[in-house]
Design a protein around this ligand. Structure first.
Ligand code: ADP
Ligand code: GLC
Length: 489
C-alpha cells in the first residue's frame, strides 16, 4: 500500500493546546499513522498561551499571505517536531492572541469565531501549497476545521498541489456546529451560491459543520454507537438527515488511548507506579489523593473520581442532585476536578465545606491532578447525557478504576456491564438519564466494593487488560482515507 500524506487541521492538539479530548486524539493519531508508515502533519493556531520556548517553535517560511475572500491576511508560520510529528502553527495576533481559544472569561463565544477558524482552515490549505506538501488527505477535525472541506471542493479542484487531495471530516461532538451570522460569508470566501439549506445555511445562519458534512469525501465520528445515535432526531442536533444522506460514507471509529501518556506503570505524574500484577502503587496513589483532596485517610473507603469539563453534556447537574444523598447514605468519597459552567463550579466547589473528608473538589484545569484521580480512585463516574466517545473511561480501565457510566455513545461501546451472577464485566452502566439512576448505580458499585470484593478485584484485572491502543483505530482511519481517495477520483 502506498504511504499516505495527511494534513490534519485542528483547533487543539496535545501537548500544545488542550481543553478536551479533541486535543488527545489529534496529538496521538499522527504518531500512530507514522508507525503504520504514513506521514501526517498537523496545523493549528498559535494561541498566545502556547509556550514557544518549551515546545521549541521555530519560524518557518517568509511572511505568508492568506487569501480570505478578496482580502489577503499576512501571518507567520512556526513549526516544531517535539511531539514526534511536524506541527505547524499559524501566528495571527488579531485572531489568536486572546484569553481563551473559543470564548472569553465569561464563557461568551468570540463573535468573530467564523472568521478566526475559517482563516485557520484556509491558512492550512495555503500552507500546504507554500510548503509544496501535496496531501492525499486533508483531515479536518470538528467545526473549526470543517470549512477546509468546502474550500477543497469549491476552490482547489484543479490545483496542482491540492487538486488530488480527498477531504475527511471527523466530528468529535455534533452539538458544537460553528453557527454564526451569515455576514462573514464574503470574508470566508464561501460564495453565496453555497449558502442554502443543503449546504451552509441553517435557520438563516451560517453553519460551518453542516457545510463540512456535505462537502467532505468521508465523514467520521468517534465511536460506532455515536455514529448510530447522531442519525436519530434525538441526538442528531438537527443534522441527522445530512448524516443519514451520507450512507456508508459516514463511519464511527472508536478513539484510542495514547498509552505512552496514560499507563500506570510509567505515569510520570504519579507518586508511585503500578501494574495489574502489583497494585501496591495504586494504594499509594489513593493515599496521596486522599491527602491532596483533604479526604479522610482510609484505604477501606472507595473513592469515586470525576475529571470533566463542567458542560451540560456531562450530566454533572444530575449528579449534583444526588451527590449529597450518596455521601449521606453510603460510605464513599468523591474526588472532583473540573471547570466550566459557573453555577456547577460554585456548587461542587462549595461541597467540601459541608462534606469535609468525604468530598474533595478542585476547580480548574490540572493535568497532573487528572492523572492522580485516575490512579488513586476506585471508581470513575461519567454521567453523560451524551458522549461521542469519552476518553476518561478508557483511561480509568487501564488504571484499574472501574467506570460508572451512562450507556451512551462511546461509553456504551467501551464499558462492559458487570454481571453480578458471574463477576464478569469492566464497569457499571445505567440507561435512564436521571439523578435516581445515578444514585442507584453508584450504590450498586459501592455495594460491590464492600460485599463482593472478589468480583471487584476480578473486574479490575479484566479492565486493566483491555486494549484500546491507537494502532487498531488508526488502521481503520487508514481504510477511511483509502475510501475517501477512491471517492475523490
Ligand atoms: P471532552 O473532550 O468532551 O471533554 P473526553 O473524555 O473525550 O471529553 O476528554 C476529556 C479530556 O480532558 C481528558 O483527557 C481529561 O482528562 C481532560 N480533562 C477534562 N477536564 C480536565 C481538568 N479539569 N483538568 C485536567 N484534565 C481535564
Ligand atoms: C469530544 C467529545 C468526547 C470525545 C472527544 C475526542 O470532545 O465530547 O466524547 O472523546 O471529543 O474525540
Amino acid at each position: 500500500m502506498k504511504p499516505l500524506k495527511i494534513v490534519m487541521i485542528s483547533s487543539e492538539c496535545v501537548p500544545f493546546a488542550k481543553t478536551g479530548g479533541l486535543a488527545d486524539v489529534v496529538g496521538a493519531l499522527p504518531l500512530t499513522l507514522k508507525k503504520l508508515g504514513h506521514e501526517a502533519i498537523v496545523v493549528l493556531p498559535l494561541y498566545s498561551a502556547i509556550n514557544r520556548e518549551k515546545f521549541k517553535l521555530e519560524s518557518c517560511l517568509a511572511p505568508f499571505g492568506v487569501w480570505m475572500g478578496n482580502c489577503q491576511e499576512w501571518c507567520a508560520v512556526y513549526k516544531t517536531d517535539v511531539a514526534g510529528f511536524t506541527a505547524y502553527f499559524i501566528e495571527f495576533h488579531k485572531y489568536f492572541d486572546r484569553f481563551g481559544y473559543y470564548h472569553d472569561a465569561q464563557l461568551n463565544d468570540y463573535t468573530d469565531n467564523a472568521q478566526r477558524f475559517g482563516f485557520l482552515s484556509q491558512a492550512a490549505l495555503q500552507l500546504c501549497k507554500a510548503l509544496g506538501f501535496a496531501p492525499d488527505i486533508v483531515h479536518a477535525h470538528d467545526w473549526q476545521a470543517a470549512p477546509a472541506m468546502g474550500y477543497l471542493k469549491d476552490w482547489y479542484g484543479g490545483d496542482p498541489v491540492l487538486g488530488k487531495a480527498a477531504g475527511v471530516l471527523t466530528i468529535h461532538n455534533l452539538s458544537y456546529q460553528g453557527v454564526y451570522p451569515a455576514d462573514s460569508i464574503p470574508y470566508l470566501g464561501i460564495g453565496w451560491e453555497h449558502y442554502h439549506p443543503d449546504k451552509y445555511e441553517s435557520w438563516g445562519r451560517l453553519n460551518l459543520l453542516k457545510g463540512g458534512i456535505v462537502s467532505a469525501d468521508m465523514v467520521s465520528t468517534v465511536s460506532p454507537n455515536y455514529a448510530r445515535e447522531t442519525k436519530t432526531s434525538e441526538l442528531g442536533c438537527g443534522l441527522a438527515p445530512y448524516l443519514n444522506n451520507r450512507g456508508d460514507t459516514y463511519w464511527g471509529i472508536l478513539n484510542g488511548v495514547d498509552y505512552g501518556q496514560w499507563t500506570p506503570s510509567s505515569d510520570k505524574y504519579l507518586p508511585a507506579v503500578y501494574s495489574a500484577a502489583d497494585l501496591k502503587g495504586k494504594a499509594a496513589c489513593k493515599k496521596a489523593l486522599q491527602e491532596k483532596f483533604h479526604l479522610e485517610q482510609n484505604p477501606e473507603v472507595p473513592i469515586v473520581g470525576v475529571v470533566s469539563r463542567f458542560a451540560a453534556q456531562k450530566g454533572l447537574d444530575q449528579l449534583a442532585e444526588v451527590i449529597e444523598g450518596i455521601v449521606g447514605d453510603m460510605k464513599v468519597q468523591f474526588a472532583i476536578l473540573g471547570s466550566g459552567d459557573k453555577s456547577l463550579e460554585r456548587f461542587y466547589g462549595d461541597l467540601p465545606r459541608s462534606f469535609g473528608g468525604r468530598i474533595g473538589t478542585w476547580i480548574g484545569y490540572d493535568e497532573g491532578l487528572s492523572h492522580l484521580i485516575e490512579a488513586g480512585s476506585d471508581f470513575f463516574i461519567m454521567p453523560s447525557i451524551f458522549e461521542p466517545c469519552g476518553l476518561n473511561q478508557l483511561y480509568s480501565l487501564k488504571y484499574g478504576t472501574l467506570p460508572i457510566v451512562r450507556a451512551t455513545g462511546g461509553l456504551d461501546d467501551s464499558v462492559v456491564q458487570y454481571d453480578e451472577a458471574t463477576g464478569l464485566g469492566t464497569g457499571f452502566k445505567y440507561w435512564d438519564a436521571t439523578p435516581s439512576a445515578i444514585y442507584f448505580t453508584v450504590g450498586w458499585a459501592v455495594s460491590t466494593w464492600y460485599d463482593r470484593p472478589a468480583h471487584y478485584k476480578a473486574m479490575q484485572q479484566t479492565a486493566m487488560g483491555q486494549d484500546f491502543s491507537w494502532e487498531k483505530s488508526a488502521a481503520v482511519y487508514v481504510k477511511l482515507y483509502q475510501k475517501a481517495l477512491r471517492r475523490g477520483d
